[in-house]
Ligand binder design. Sequence first.
Ligand code: PLP
Length: 286
Amino acid sequence: MTRIVYVNGDYVPEDQAKVSVFDRGFLFADGVYEVTSVLEGKLLDFAGHARRLERSLSELDMAAPVSMEALLDIHRELIVRNDLTEGMIYLQVTRGADADRDFAFPDPEKVPSSLVLFTQAKSIADSPAAKKGLRVISIEDQRWARRDIKTVQLLYPSMGKMMAKAAGCDDAWMIEDCHVTEGTSNNAYIVKDGKIITRHLSNEILHGITRAAVLRFAKEAQMVVEERAFTIDEAKDADEAFITSASTFVMPVVEIDGAALGDGKPGPVAARLREIYLDESRKTAL
Ligand code: PLP
């Protein structure tokens, strides 16, 4: 079955899905994105992703290509056309294709923003990695200073994944001033003496949609949550650790820079939060 992709108003087979070489996403990484998970053919936390997209667009003075209601319809149409039961929908908005390459933003009245969405079919709920746990390395955080905006400039996170791969590991946690900011494509957490610790929200990290939901569920379950920066040394000495993201939900981390956490197996807090997150998200899926 050929994948059907949405490009600027049209649903086309993937080999016919094209954007201009002058698209500012291609030339300047002048674009933002969202990834929304799909379970049993339904979208998880669409409202959260739509809200963050609106914020990313507004921080960059970029026009929304369609309304958020229309965006939901496009997501649903892609699920139907691709018969998607489980996986993700990737969405990207760029500042469109100007007539030439120019650093200055084009007039949005003359150059409309560009919108592309595609599906990624994948088994995400029943994950072998969730049973085994991830091994991570730490690397210096060399990204720009507005990590709260979900832009498509993902070169450094890609390099981080390659550094992790070269070290025989699964991911990298990024460090700034000895403190962990986040994973290459996820938010980072440690658990110490039953307390869940994760970095507070600021421009230094992406405000994860999964993070917001998981912290809400943790508090509802009477778990203690502390939102503050933690050092990499504190992380290596933690009882357990985990990451969150839309496509991995809650995923345990069992090793940091070669040091095993606790008994080196996925911890009970991460396992419980993963279960709660999946149960609760399924209930509100659209
Ligand atoms: N932090 C970074 C740098 C990310 O790229 C992502 C997801 O792509 C996240 C955190 C997790 O965000 P969310 O839970 O909204 O997927």
